[in-house]
Write a protein that binds this ligand. Structure first.
Ligand SMILES: [Zn+2]
Length: 269
């Protein structure tokens, strides 16, 4: 009996060759979380699926979705391309890393509609010209609870106050106000600006961010702080992060590609 194909909405997060003429396309879907689809004949000339399965395409697709094993991609109904992550190597590297990190936090097939929404907001944000290093920071901070690490980033982890200068302490489990600094020798000695952004990133809705201007010094400090939190308490380091580290882009101002026109993305069939 033939399995029924159904409609789904998703973001292509990776594509790799499979067998002689096929490809494996991994999506972050809005309904089923991460799912890997076999796209038959994708490598044949004029394959219709080739243009609609480029990484960081968002769209409505039709396929046979299986609970386990490979699903099967049939066709696309309408897709949107994002110019920044496709054409800018730095933005592309960050988009790859961001979706790798989300994937590290959730098993394939687990429905994660909130993270689909955040992934979509990241791509839209990139096309608005937001700094991808900062978008990565926001995702890294908001993903911490999914990795079983939920640092206190709202108030002092020790006394609950929020009206004093703060620092970050892994021993205390998050922010600590300056009344306890003397008893926390391994606190991060973070700048007030970096602490401000850590707190803001933990609650910000990317869809509502119009611009983020973090100076290069604070950007580098945030990178160091978040790397330390990840290496000490999460232990996940996707391969794509290594490429980002080699770019050293967090140490520079980000310059997006000039918008080609006023609209975000392009429609294709
Ligand atoms: Zn305190």
């Amino acid at each position: 009996m033939a399995e029924a194909a159904i409609d789904f909405t998703g973001i292509v997060v990776s594509r790799q060759n499979f067998r002689e003429h096929d490809a494996l396309v991994r999506f972050l879907t809005s309904q089923y979380g991460f799912k890997t689809f076999i796209a038959r004949g994708l490598k044949r000339p004029k394959a219709k699926l080739a243009g609609v399965t480029l990484p960081f395409t968002l769209g409505d697709y039709v396929g046979v979705v299986r609970a386990a094993g490979l699903s099967q991609l049939r066709t696309a109904k309408g897709t949107q391309l994002f110019r920044q992550p496709m054409e800018n190597i730095v933005t592309n590297a960050y988009a790859t890393y961001i979706f790798d990190l989300i994937r590290a936090a959730f098993p394939e097939g687990q429905a994660i509609p909130r993270w689909y929404d955040i992934g979509k907001a990241v791509l839209l944000g990139m096309d608005r010209g937001l700094d991808p290093a900062i978008l990565a920071n926001i995702v890294e901070i908001q993903l911490l609870p999914a990795f079983g690490v939920a640092p206190q980033l709202r108030v002092c982890a020790i006394c609950g106050r929020d009206d004093r200068p703060m620092d970050y302490s892994e021993g205390a489990g998050g922010l600590i106000c300056n009344r306890h600094w003397a008893q926390e020798p391994y606190r991060f000695h973070a700048s007030a600006k970096a602490i401000y952004y850590l707190r803001r990133f933990s609650v910000v809705n990317i869809n509502q961010v119009q611009s983020i201007n973090v100076n290069v010094q604070t950007k580098a400090e945030l990178r160091t702080i978040i790397d330390r939190i990840y290496s000490d308490t999460v232990g996940t380091y996707p391969r794509s992060k290594r490429f980002i580290d080699s770019l050293g882009q967090w140490n520079q101002d980000f310059k997006p590609l000039k918008p080609r026109n006023a609209s975000n993305g392009e429609q294709s069939k």
